[in-house]
Design a protein around this ligand. Structure first.
Ligand code: BTN
Length: 295
């Protein structure tokens, strides 16, 4: 049966009313609700009937305020939203297209690490951008996405290159940028974002420990911020001045693991290609560990 998901709202509706609207039996509604649950959609069932978990960005409840976030695909179970969006991009999806899934069976983080999430409690989505930029300029995009995230939620700060950390240093969100090149230019960029909103894996933090924002509110606020920040890719100095204010890394002693080994020093600056100036040495995107400040 198609359509139950598109009728659900944050208010309870009886099985009888839903069955009538869909022109099916109550038993068919119940069966479809069970199927949706098994696909990872956060449908709630009680004596009052059915509803979608409040804050879920169902297509008819999600209202992007700018041009990013449309067209929109809201999915249950996928491998990775990055792969779902890449396939859509290859079919010609426009800039702003967004794929959000409740369950990622192979969600990935940076450096080939897995990304854990929980249906109804995490935000896992990928946004398609088609910037007319030379490839090296793309290095700033994940930093810009991190800045959009911290400005959107008003909590925490950024660990270079693009993790959002809670004030106590636990990780709240991460950004993964994957891009396709056409010669020296960017054909498209897949900006993957994972936010722990109401749940976090062991050792990490979730946003609702600090703010009551729902998943839908975080997504809408992020997209609007990102749209406002994107023009700054053309003026890296202006962007970096703003990024610096939200950074937990700059001005701090850090340890970075690069392919060539471990570098320690004061994180002095970020270059226009997104790399970090560390104790007089430039390092490209790598793993940063914040070290205790020495008084
Ligand atoms: C990191 O901090 O390592 C980056 C995490 C990025 C995770 C997101 S979740 C949505 C998108 N799909 C994926 O498979 N990964 C990104």
């Amino acid at each position: 049966m198609a359509g139950l998901l598109s009728l659900l709202t944050e208010s309870w509706q009886s099985g009888e009313a839903l069955a009538r609207r869909l022109g099916v039996s109550r038993a068919a509604v119940s069966k479809e609700a069970r199927r949706l649950l098994s696909e990872g959609y956060p449908v709630e069932v009680s004596r009052q009937g059915y509803r979608i978990l409040p804050g879920t960005p169902l297509p008819h409840l999600f209202h992007p305020r700018g041009r990013l976030g449309r067209p929109y695909r809201y999915l249950g179970r996928v491998g990775s939203t990055q792969d779902a969006l890449r396939a859509w991009a290859e079919e010609g999806a426009p800039e702003g297209a967004l794929v959000l899934a409740e369950v990622q069976e192979r969600g990935r983080g940076r450096r080939g690490r897995p990304w854990a999430s929980r249906p109804g409690a995490s935000l896992t989505f990928s946004l398609l951008l088609r910037p007319s930029l030379p490839l090296p300029a793309l290095g700033l995009l994940p930093l810009l996405a991190g800045l959009a995230l911290v400005e959107a939620v008003g909590v925490g700060g950024l660990k270079w290159p693009n993790d959002l950390l809670a004030p106590d240093g636990r990780k709240l969100a991460g950004v993964l940028l994957e891009a396709k090149a056409e010669g020296e230019e960017v054909a498209y960029a897949l900006l993957g974002v994972g936010v722990n909103v109401a749940w976090a894996p062991e050792g990490a933090a979730f946003l609702q420990e600090f703010t009551p924002l729902s998943r839908r509110e975080v997504l809408e606020a992020f997209l609007l911020r990102l749209e406002g920040l994107l023009p700054l890719l053309e003026t890296p100095e202006a962007f970096l001045a703003r990024y610096q204010k939200a950074s937990y890394t700059l001005g701090r002693p850090v340890r970075v693991r690069t392919a060539k080994g471990v570098v320690e020093g004061l994180a002095e600056a970020v270059f226009p290609d997104g790399s970090l100036l560390l104790g007089g040495v430039g390092v490209a995107a790598a793993e940063v560990e914040l070290l205790p400040l020495i008084e």
